[in-house]
Design a protein around this ligand. Structure first.
Ligand code: SF4
Ligand code: SF4
Length: 99
């Protein structure tokens, strides 16, 4: 995963969390799939392993450590950026419940 580690608690026990839209992505503290309406599904036959989706996923939920890319559906919020940015259209957004 390209998900960065949480910052350790700061003095006073407060977590140093990113604020605003310019904060680095991937600071997910808990499962966030509940908001998802569509889920991205990778067609491994079409995928050319360019890793563009891995780079653009704001939540770092695409795992490139194996032979094939895998999406961590516990944390994917279904934003569709990966599918939009995939130049070979290897990612399809499928309605939850249909997949
Ligand atoms: S952007 Fe598309 S082709 Fe590139 S790694 Fe992701 S799924 Fe594969
Ligand atoms: S739909 Fe959004 S959160 Fe889910 S893998 Fe694609 S870019 Fe990441």
């Amino acid at each position: 995963m390209n998900r960065p580690k949480m910052n350790p608690p700061q003095a006073g026990g407060k977590m140093k969390l990113p604020v605003g839209p310019n904060a680095p992505g991937g600071y997910l503290m808990d499962v966030s799939s509940g908001m998802r309406v569509f889920r991205p599904v990778i067609d491994q036959e079409k995928c050319v392993h360019c890793l563009r989706c891995f780079l653009v996923c704001p939540d770092g939920t695409i795992d490139k450590s194996g032979e094939q890319l895998e999406i961590d559906y516990d944390y994917c919020k279904g934003c569709g950026i990966c599918a939009h940015e995939c130049k070979v259209k290897a990612i399809e957004m499928i309605m939850e419940g249909d997949a």
